[in-house]
Design a protein around this ligand. Sequence first.
Ligand SMILES: *[C@@H]1O[C@H](CO)[C@@H](O)[C@H](O)[C@H]1NC(C)=O
Ligand SMILES: *[C@@H]1O[C@H](CO)[C@@H](O)[C@H](O)[C@H]1NC(C)=O
Length: 394
Amino acid sequence: AFITVLMSAPVFSSSTYQSVGRTVGVRYTQGNWEGELGIDRVSIPNGPNGTFIINIAAILSSEGFFLPGINWQGILGLAYPMLARPDSSVEPFFDSLVQQLGIPDIFSLQMCGAGLSASSTADPIGGSLIIGGAEPALYQGSVWYTPIVEEWYYQVEVLKLEVGDQNLDLDCREYNTDKAIVDSGTTLLRLPVNVFNAVVDAITRTSLIQDFSSGFWDGRKYACWLKGETPWRFFPKLSIYLRATNTSQSFRITILPQLYIQPITDVDGTLDCFRFGLSSSANGLVIGATVMEGFYVVFDRAQRRVGFALSNCAVSGGVALSEIAGPFSAADVASNCSVGPQKEPLLWMISYALMAVCAVILVVLLLLLVLPCRCRARSGEITDESSLVRHRIK
Ligand SMILES: *[C@@H]1O[C@H](CO)[C@@H](O)[C@H](O)[C@H]1NC(C)=O
Ligand SMILES: *[C@@H]1O[C@H](CO)[C@@H](O)[C@H](O)[C@H]1NC(C)=O
C-alpha cells in the first residue's frame, strides 16, 4: 500500500531533517528512485496528537516514477518492515507511528474516483487514510476480513474468480502465483498471465462485443463510443473470492464494469473513450486501485487481516458500483491456494542449502576421481588423458 504525499514544501526545507549518511533506492514495476536516508520529526495535521521521529528518504533522482506531469513530491510506503530499504532494520513510517504514539496497529483506506475520469470532474477526486482504526461513516454494511498470509506486502489468498456468473475454474494456486497482494500503490487489477488470458476470453464471450482489437486488452489502445453512449451495459461483473478468517469459508468482492472499463480524458469532442483496468502480471496477482476504489479497505495489522466493506464513494447515479457477499463454503478449493515460500530471505536460504549440497557432491566426486587414479597409477596403468588420446590415435 502506498500513498502519494503532496507536501507543501520539499523535505529539504525541514529544519529538523538529519541525514544518516546511507544511500537508499527503490525499484518498482514502473520507475525507480534513489536518495539518502535520514530521520526527521513530524506531526500529522488532523491526525493523532503528538510529534514523532521517523525514517525518511530524501529522493535525489528518479526515473519514470509516477505518471508524467503529476506533481508528486513523495511517496509513503505502508507495507511491513520486510520491504523496507536499504534493509528491514529501517523501521517504516507506520510502525514508528504505532510505537511512539501508542495507537492501534490499524489503518484504513477509502480511495474514490470510480467511474470518473481524473480531469473531467469539477470536484478533485480524493479519498481518506484513517490512522489507528476504521471510520464507520465511510462504509456500509459489515467489514469482511481475509487473513494476511505473510507480512511483507499485504499478501492474501484468492480462492476463485468469476466473470459474470461464470467460474474461471482454474486451479486456485494459479491465482496466487507467485503471490496475491492488496496494494493501493498499483493502479490496475493485475493478474498472472494465464488468469488474465482466461478473464479476457470470458469477458469477450459475455460482452456481446466480439470485435475488440487486442490493443484494448493489453492497454495499448482505448475503446471509444459516441458521447453519452456508455459501454458499461455490455460488460460483465468481476468477482474475487477471498479466504475468510474462518478458513473453511470464503467471501466475494465484486466490481461492476464501471470500475474496470475506465473513462479517460477526452481524445475528441464527440467520443467518450475508455481503457481496460486489468493487466497481465509476471509477479503475481495485485488487487490494485481498480478494485480498491469499490471498497473501504481495512489493514488490520493487529489481527493480521485485511477487511473489505462497501465504500460509500463507490456509487454512481444512485447505483452501487461494488458488491460483497458471503459466507460461501471453501470446500471446493484446496486447503491452501498460496504458492510455497516466495520471500527473498527464504529463497536465499534455499539457494544456500542447494550450494551446500553441491559442495558435498563436489567433494565426493573429487575423492572418487583422486582415489582410483592413485590406485591405477600404482599398478602402472595409463594415468592421464593425453596418453589415452595418444593410444587412440595410434
Ligand atoms: C489533540 O489535542 C487537542 C488539544 O489538546 C484536543 O482538543 C484534541 O481532542 C486531541 N485530539 C486527539 C485525537 O487526541
Ligand atoms: C466455520 O465454517 C464452517 C463451515 O461453514 C462451520 O461449520 C463452522 O461452524 C465455522 N466455525 C466457526 C468458528 O464459526
